[in-house]
Write a protein that binds this ligand. Structure first.
Ligand SMILES: C[S@@+](CC[C@H](N)C(=O)[O-])C[C@H]1O[C@@H](n2cnc3c(N)ncnc32)[C@H](O)[C@@H]1O
Length: 221
């Protein structure tokens, strides 16, 4: 089991006590493992996928933005929780990943609701108009802080941003780990907790997810 921070027995207990997703998602995950081998560790997977669907069902976003589409697994989880007029914009830098994702979207009932943009996310973001009600960031970790500063102004008043992999298999605690990815994740985590504009909560789900919203956004509605 890749990218988890809890012990494997707890993780498998959590998996078996989280509602099943649809069969096609299981098939997409399986095909991703077969076709892309080790890269399949990038899949959000069952528990986080159900969590994303749950969040979307609660937040009822009209517009979702995803940075890091891969084979489309997480976008399809979010699409499940979306209303009929909801839309997802997702992006990826890899033509190979984008092609697989596109065919997975086409085979789903959500093809008309998901728009995939190919290219480096920072360039793609320049072309997008907010506001977005839910933003899921799950791409290259070195750019996490840049993504944060770029998407915060695109967030709707009551919107939520979710950053994936914020615990990075626990490496954030290993001071000897000075790799660019680990440093970038630590930098984002330390930045968010000092940022007066927002409030955040870090959840030890799978590899760690931080949820962010603008301060005061939904207080005393
Ligand atoms: C962890 S995977 C996303 C997994 C996906 N959210 C899911 O659960 O199936 C990260 C993806 O980000 C893409 N990526 C990496 N750097 C990128 C960049 N600069 N711009 C856009 N996408 C990027 C990779 O090609 C990869 O498909």
């Amino acid at each position: 089991m890749a990218n988890t921070i809890t012990n494997p027995q707890i993780e498998s207990y959590v998996e078996s006590h989280t509602s099943q997703g649809p069969k096609y998602l299981h098939e997409i995950a399986e095909r991703t493992h077969i076709d892309l081998g080790e890269r399949a560790r990038m899949l959000t997977g069952h528990v986080e996928g159900r969590f994303l669907k749950f969040l979307v069902s609660m937040l009822k976003p009209e517009k979702i933005l995803e940075i890091g589409c891969f084979t489309g697994y997480s976008a399809l989880c979010m699409a499940e929780g979306l209303s009929k007029n909801g839309r997802i914009t997702t992006c990826d830098i890899s033509e190979e990943h984008a092609q697989i994702a596109k065919s997975n979207f086409q085979a789903s009932q959500y093809a008309d609701q998901i728009n995939l943009i190919l290219g480096p996310a920072l360039i793609t973001l320049e072309t997008l108009e907010g506001p977005y009600d839910f933003i899921f960031v799950d791409a290259d970790k070195e750019n996490y802080l840049r993504y944060y500063e770029t998407v915060l102004p695109l967030l709707s008043k009551n919107g939520v941003i979710a950053f994936d992999n914020v615990l990075w298999s626990g490496q954030v605690l290993q001071v000897e780990d000075q790799t660019e990815e680990t440093k970038a994740i630590r930098e984002l985590n330390d930045y968010l907790i000092k940022d007066d504009r927002i409030e955040c909560v870090m959840l030890p789900v799978r590899d760690g997810i931080t949820l962010i919203r603008s301060k005061g956004s939904t207080d005393r509605l």
